[in-house]
Design a protein around this ligand. Structure first.
Ligand SMILES: [Zn+2]
Length: 273
């Protein structure tokens, strides 16, 4: 989620007020709804008024009230660049903006998806309607977390990824949150005490807000890194740091496999119960 928020903050001022002259879909697979032909017809001539983010979804809002929803998945890159910039491999969509810029979608793995919805159309396709609270929502309290998760037998790390409870936490930030909260990733939700729920509720918004701030960059830096640099992980405190020393207590960071993903933690700061 922090990465998507950073993209939104960069692209929104670059595109707001722009009329879409035309668009070119080079790979129909990325258009989830409706079909590529209607998608092109509906978006041509629309004016962008702003962008919003929900979980890991980005929405481009048009003056007409219609909207374009997109999900970049793992490797998708969305960039604004002058239209004469040489086209890169794996470019799947070109949106021609008034004034000479293009909004381009590049993705080596083609997992990203785009949806178009008319003003009055209800989105039941993207899954956004089933998303839980935003990590920065004030309603995300220890009471909320305990109420939703307290009776679950699964590991807390796995449950942090459940988008229907909290929207937008992936593998990187679940590691960072649990480290900051001093909770061992494999701790079963049923074994968590009130103090731990409290620390978790406090650290979720703090770590996510920190992730957004440390990822912030100028549009030039973003373009130079071709949208990849926002996945910079050098600022992280525990994720990707297995076998290195904990920044707090100098214990060696360990890595375990949990729910098919890797999880890094400090055995001293995040004691197993
Ligand atoms: Zn430590």
């Amino acid at each position: 989620m922090p990465e998507v928020e950073v993209i939104k903050r960069i692209l929104e001022p670059q595109t707001t007020g722009n009329l879409i002259e035309t668009l070119e879909i080079l790979n129909n697979q990325i258009i989830a709804y409706p079909d590529a032909e209607i998608f092109t017809k509906m978006i041509t001539g629309q004016t962008i008024i702003n962008m919003s983010r929900r979980g890991k979804f980005l929405t481009i809002h048009f003056k007409s009230g219609d909207k374009l929803v997109l999900h970049l998945r793992m490797t998708g890159q969305l960039l604004v660049m002058p239209k004469d910039t040489p086209m890169e491999k794996h470019t799947h969509l070109l949106i021609y903006l008034e004034g000479g810029n293009q909004l381009r979608y590049i993705d080596v793995r083609r997992f990203g998806r785009f949806w178009f919805f008319k003003k009055d159309e209800i989105d039941v396709l993207t899954g956004q309607d089933k998303l839980g609270l935003e990590p920065l929502d004030k309603n995300l309290t220890s009471h909320f977390l305990k109420g939703k998760l307290g009776k679950r037998k699964k590991a807390i790390k796995d449950m942090l990824h459940d988008q229907s409870i909290i929207a937008g936490i992936g593998n990187i930030y679940s590691d960072e949150i649990l480290y900051a909260a001093g909770i061992y990733p494999e701790t079963k939700c049923t074994a968590m005490d009130d103090e731990e729920w409290g620390r978790l509720a406090k650290q979720i918004p703090e770590v996510i807000a920190w992730g957004i701030n440390t990822n912030e960059m100028t549009p030039e830096e973003y373009l130079e890194g071709r949208g990849k640099e926002y996945r910079n992980i050098s600022h992280l405190r525990v994720y990707g740091r297995a076998a290195q020393l904990c920044l707090v207590c100098q214990t060696v960071i360990e890595k375990i496999s949990l729910g098919g993903r890797s999880s890094c933690y400090c055995p001293e700061c995040q004691r197993k119960k």
